[in-house]
Design a protein around this ligand. Structure first.
Ligand SMILES: *[C@@H]1O[C@H](CO)[C@@H](O)[C@H](O)[C@H]1NC(C)=O
Ligand SMILES: *[C@@H]1O[C@H](CO)[C@@H](O)[C@H](O)[C@H]1NC(C)=O
Length: 296
């Protein structure tokens, strides 16, 4: 029975991942084009917004499953160690145990998911800013290893920046999510059985805050992945600063905050960012898994 529930939530996680990737794909394309060098219109504007969809679809379910399987098994394995440390430190708080276990397990889940997600993202983003090539053609171009850096290195371009983004993202999101759920449950007298839709709202807010704080890294990740040759992140920052000025960082940062600042929803960029925050959270399958498990 336990296994059935596991498989069920695994499948629903994968299905949720794939369907949200499909629905939000055009927004993702617009985001990539905004972040790319040269700006939005030079990188394709509104044309061909489904470019690169293939790589997203192929990678979606495996990366969601990898996340979920790792998260689920690590949660069980990490707990005794965390308990021991917390017990010996004298602070007997079951909440902090839960939070720390969540953070460690999901960081490991992210790491595992990145094995699939990073190559798919490299192919996807390059396809999104290319005017004619398909995901498959981009993949074949990478396989040709024209810059002599090696296929693996080219496929895993931006790996460390992606991890630098995913792990803080998770470590901000999870404790916030747990905290908001707890407070809401206390407030509405639903301790232990908070309604799934309320959990979803907590999840979107937590995801939004986490996304906003990690946006600069997302921008750098896109630039790294799109660059023809691999480049150290320091040089990348220096080049961007020299060629595009400090303004570009500011613009990127403000765009990242817009999901949180309802006072400036007038610009479509901000609208995009709001949806993106929501999308990012859904990608993590956080509340999907959470409510599926309750539902099963
Ligand atoms: C830590 O303490 C809790 C209760 O205080 C106990 O249930 C748990 O078994 C302890 N864990 C370890 C690893 O000592
Ligand atoms: C686009 O596809 C062509 C033909 O497969 C290939 O020669 C070219 O390098 C590709 N461009 C990119 C940027 O992938």
């Amino acid at each position: 029975m336990v296994l059935t529930a596991f498989v069920m939530s695994l499948l629903s996680g994968a299905a949720a991942g794939t369907s949200t990737d499909l629905v939000f794909f055009p927004i993702d394309t617009l985001k990539t084009r905004l972040q790319a060098k040269g700006g939005f219109f030079q990188n394709g504007g509104y044309h061909g917004i489904y470019r690169g969809l293939g790589s997203a679809v192929v990678a979606s379910a495996p990366s969601a499953s990898l996340f979920f399987v790792t998260y689920d098994s690590m949660k069980v394995r990490v707990r005794p160690h965390v308990e021991r440390v917390i017990n010996s430190s004298g602070t007997r708080s079951p909440h902090s145990v839960d939070t720390i276990v969540h953070m460690i397990a999901s960081s490991m889940g992210e790491l595992a998911a990145c094995l699939v997600r990073v190559p798919a993202e490299v192919i996807k983003q390059r396809t999104q800013v290319h005017s004619t090539n398909s995901s498959w053609q981009t993949f074949r171009t990478i396989l040709k290893n024209e810059n002599q850096e090696g296929i693996i290195r080219n496929l895993y371009r931006g790996w460390s920046t992606t991890i630098m983004r995913e792990i803080p993202f998770t470590c901000i999101q999870f404790p916030l999510y747990e905290f908001m759920k707890k407070e809401w449950a206390l407030y509405d007298n639903e301790v232990g059985h908070l309604k799934p839709w309320k959990g979803a709202i907590c999840g979107s807010i937590a995801g939004g805050i986490a996304a906003a704080t990690t946006t600069p890294l997302d921008f750098l990740k896109t630039r790294l992945m799109l660059n023809k040759d691999s480049i150290p992140i320091k040089s990348l920052i220096r080049n961007i600063y020299k060629e595009e000025g400090f303004k570009i960082f500011l613009v990127e940062y403000i765009q990242g905050q817009c999901g949180l600042v309802p006072a400036v929803p007038s610009s479509w960029v901000c609208m995009r960012q709001c949806i993106l925050c929501f999308n990012r959270l859904r990608k993590r399958k956080l509340y999907c898994i959470d409510s599926m498990i309750k539902f099963l």
